[in-house]
Design a protein around this ligand. Structure first.
Ligand code: DQA
Length: 143
């Protein structure tokens, strides 16, 4: 199974950024452990701070990959364009947030993308990405 992880703005700073909220592991370090834990999967990782580049990646993989896991960062709360990009592809998308967005500022309580996703994991730390991968594995096994 081919799965794409997409991280949005500021997530390149994981490990350095607000560590009390997001932890002290960089995504690159975490991704190495993820590839070992899920060695049966073909995992791809992409990060961009630029909305249009995230949309281009969604279009690029969205008709051929088996699943997309997206943490759109702050674009989650603002981007109709990412909502539309997810709505326009065939590949199912799971939304992930490292922190529990509902336990934070009110402006984080609204996601513009959840309605186009299979579902959302929020508040499980980096483990949320692993939970999303497990969802795709179980779904595939049940087919
Ligand atoms: C985040 C939550 C967003 O509200 C925030 O803007 C982020 C990270 C998370 O993973 O918890 O950049 O998506």
């Amino acid at each position: 199974m081919k799965l794409q992880i997409i991280n949005g703005p500021n997530l390149n700073l994981l490990g350095k950024r607000e560590t009390s909220i997001y932890g002290s592991t960089s995504f690159e370090e975490f991704f190495e452990t993820l590839k070992k834990r899920f060695s049966s999967l073909e995992l791809h990782y992409y990060q961009s701070n630029v909305e249009g580049e995230i949309i281009n990646k969604i279009h690029e993989v969205g008709f051929s990959f088996d699943g997309i896991i997206i943490n759109a960062g702050a674009y989650t709360h603002t981007s109709i364009a990412i909502h539309d990009a997810i709505g326009g592809i065939k590949t199912p998308v799971v939304e992930v947030h490292i922190s529990n967005v509902y336990a934070r500022e009110e402006f984080r309580h609204k996601s513009l993308i959840t309605s186009k996703c299979v579902g959302m994991m929020t508040g499980f730390g980096m483990e949320g990405y692993a939970l999303a991968l497990t969802y795709f594995i179980n779904k595939n096994a049940a087919q």
